[in-house]
Design a protein around this ligand. Sequence first.
Ligand code: URA
Length: 247
Amino acid sequence: MNNDKLRNTVKKLRHHKYSGVDEIVGIEPKNRYGKISKKFVKENVSLSVDTNSQKEDEEIISSIKTLESLHAYMSEYKKCELHKSANNMVFSDGNPNSKIMLIGEAPGHDEDIQGKPFVGRSGKLLDKMLNAIELSRDKVYIANIIPWRPPNNRRPTDNEINMCLPMIKKHIEIINPSAILLLGSTATYALIKNSEGITKIRGKWVDIEINGKKYPMLPTFHPAFLLRQPAQKKFSWEDLKNLKSRV
Ligand code: URA
């Protein structure tokens, strides 16, 4: 490539970057908005578009009374695009009769492969944290705000959180725990809608009403954060003792 051509290519790439392009999917341009064949619509669009209105979704969710029906509903829920790139829906782990519920953010790589929450590195730390207060995975119930892994473990968007919120709220209602440990800022923000950061709000119980019942929730640091900032573990230890004494 001569210098002029190179300069021209760099200019074009800069222009793409400036316009928001962050991934190259092919060399030859393709008109993705052109005429779509009826066959394509029949085979793809009708399968992937979920046409329930928000009101219909609310009605279905409010009629759900068991974990099995919630699982079935979530498996069929196609409005949240995250399910498309995920290998598995990560529903929950642990003991559904437990009075302690732990809620994390969203599955990571290992969770997506195994279909279970907190089985990767942060899950190993979570197991140790539970052991420290004489608990274990089979004595608590664990779920996430988002049941599908976001691509590259990115943080879920507000829109994704809002779409999944009725499902985790129903999950809480069915489990009916007497204490909920919120792991990290995403779980905390999703349920408490706090304006202050996790460092300020952690360690303080907040009662959140869901369908007429108040659930005590305790925000704490996420195990993945503790892996990066081990000096903060002392605060999590305080929160774990606080949780244990409450139940
Ligand atoms: N982080 C989470 O918040 N949840 C998981 O299940 C795994 C990692």
